[in-house]
Design a protein around this ligand. Structure first.
Ligand SMILES: [Zn+2]
Ligand SMILES: [Zn+2]
Length: 546
């Protein structure tokens, strides 16, 4: 954070913008939609270069394939007769070579469908552009034009250092990104994943339990401080049984809670605009977001109180196919889940493994409390597996789960009672899922404990003005002169001959506006990267890049 602070000061001294209005922009609740069905994707216009290689983004590294020896075809690769004639060397027989190369892997299945080992399913394999099949490292791989990348930024209802509260980040190959739930502490993992806070402008909240929105105040304030100056933070969320149980009420309350903070941060260039899109929670299948080939619908979940919702994101890839992600949020297994999640590529449900007795021994919690909580609010492990087997996703993940050695085995056992297909935990924090129409792969992301925060991101392509808004307050507006006068004279603590020029007042009178062309290259490189990537991604989709 220190680095960003310093950077913000540098930025501010260079540039400045409009005195935006400190108000929550509000929208009408979404209109009911006639169709509760997801329309099949239509054939999209595919740019020529994508037809040739749908996975290519020019200028990006494609290091190696991980297909390896699984796909090794001895007959086309090795000519044993030719080898035998070479320089009198004695080569091993085809049978011996195959025994070694294929040993431990080949499992003759014949016509019979056997139980698959681990994640070894058709199409469950790493894409060639992944730097490692084992781990994801922040900012080492670009999301490809036909790819969806899903990262679990918070994975547990019980917050603890290894697991923040629930949050799932979804990036699309068209440069767009979505946050689904933003539980307490999860924002730290966004920073660790190499994201600037002002890249995050859309949050979809499933319900108003605090373990699903606890990081919203931080994202709102510090994202506004760290460069989200020109567009609002948009919060999508359900209505409740009455007004005071809806998302807008929560956001209004949050703004009240943050009153001091917001006013204090107004000595900086800061973005205070927040937009609430509160939808009618009863409108099962209603569309609440539709842009650039991406569409989000919602439906009711049974979670002890009206308002809890599940989300489905459908997105058309440039090759005319579609990818789908479902996050159920919390709730009991429901027939609506089957209806709206059916056939989705990546189905993510919450799960509560049935270990009531065991947990009560380990944690000392009376069993009835666990039993009652699960039976009124949550999806038991067996139910999760049953749902998956109905929905038949290409990859099934469970999250909102404690990642504990004494529970994990039981979780798998309960899910496997019904679902024999591709399955992975969406836990602990940092699990990454890469999805294309043909392949899907799940890895553990390596999130550093002490990441350097990514610089605020701006569109610094040539022709774009860089605008820093003027702060709404001067310090003197919100602070007594007396307490400022009592500040120790810096001459008392700075070493002799060290005399920095202190920046005690905002250095400019109005907004600072400068053409991006005049910004130092090093700054453009660090602060303009996301916009450049996004433009490239949008271009690949034939979308407007301005
Ligand atoms: Zn929860
Ligand atoms: Zn909940």
């Amino acid at each position: 954070m220190k680095k960003s602070l310093v950077l913000a000061f540098i930025l501010a001294s260079l540039t400045a913008c409009d005195q935006g209005k400190k108000e929550a922009l509000k929208e009408e609740p979404s209109k009911k939609t006639e169709s509760s069905k997801i329309a099949p994707p239509s054939e999209a216009d595919i740019p020529a270069f994508l037809k040739e290689n749908p996975n290519d983004l020019s200028g990006l590294r494609h290091t190696h394939s991980h297909k390896g020896y699984q796909q090794f075809d001895f007959n086309t690769v090795v000519d044993i007769d030719k080898l035998k004639k070479t320089k009198g060397k004695l080569y091993s027989s085809k049978e011996d070579v195959m025994k070694v190369l294929m040993g431990g892997v080949k499992n003759p299945t014949g016509d019979k469908e056997l139980w698959k080992e681990g994640l070894m399913f058709e199409g469950v394999e790493p894409m060639p552009w992944l730097e490692s099949a084992a781990n994801w490292f922040p900012r080492t791989e670009k999301v490809q034009p036909n790819e969806m990348r899903i990262t679990f930024m918070g994975t547990s209802p019980v917050i603890r250092p290894g697991q923040m509260n629930t949050s799932i980040y979804v990036e699309l190959g068209n440069g767009d990104n979505f946050i689904f739930d933003i539980g307490e502490g999860s924002i730290a993992n966004y920073a660790a994943a190499g994201l600037a806070l002002n890249e995050l402008t859309k949050v979809f909240i499933t319900h108003l339990h605090v373990d699903h929105f606890g990081s919203l105040p931080y994202l709102y304030e510090f994202g506004g401080w760290a460069g989200r100056w020109h567009e609002p933070l948009t919060v999508y969320g359900p209505s409740g049984a009455s007004e005071e149980y809806g998302t807008r009420w929560m956001v209004d309350g949050m703004l009240k809670m943050l009153n001091w903070h917001t006013d204090a941060f107004d000595v900086f260039p800061s973005g205070n605009a927040i937009r609430v899109v509160e939808f009618d929670f009863k409108d099962d299948g209603g569309v609440i977001y539709e842009k650039d080939g991406a569409k989000v619908i919602h439906w009711r979940r049974s979670h002890a109180k009206d308002g809890a919702s599940g989300y489905r994101l459908d997105w058309k890839t440039p090759d005319g196919k579609s990818l789908c992600f479902v996050w159920t949020g919390d709730g009991r297994p429901s027939m609506l889940d089957l209806k709206y999640a059916k056939g989705c590529d990546v189905y993510v449900t919450e799960i509560q493994t049935e270990v009531i007795g065991l947990s009560s021994i380990v944690q000392g919690v009376p069993p009835f409390l666990g039993r009652y909580t699960v039976d009124t609010h949550h999806t038991p492990g067996y139910a999760a597996g049953w749902l998956a087997n109905q929905i038949k996703p290409r990859m099934f993940l469970t999250t909102h789960m404690p990642f504990d050695p004494y529970i994990n085995e039981e979780t798998v056992a309960q899910v496997r009672e019904h679902w024999k297909g591709p399955y992975h935990f969406g836990a602990p924090d940092g699990i990454v899922v890469n999805v294309t129409p043909d392949q899907i792969w799940v890895r553990e992301g390596i999130l550093p404990d002490y990441p350097n925060n990514r610089a605020p991101q701006f569109d610094m392509r040539d022709g774009k003005d860089f605008v820093v808004p003027h702060p709404r307050h001067a310090r003197k507006d919100i602070q007594q002169q007396e307490i400022r006068d009592l500040e120790v004279d810096p001459d008392n603590y700075y070493p002799k001959d060290y005399k920095p020029e202190l920046l005690t007042e905002w250095p400019t009178k109005g907004d600072l506006v400068m053409p991006a062309e005049q910004i130092p290259e090093s700054m453009k490189k660090g602060m303009g990267e996301a916009a450049r990537d996004r433009a490239k991604a949008r271009e690949a989709h034939g979308l407007d890049t301005n």
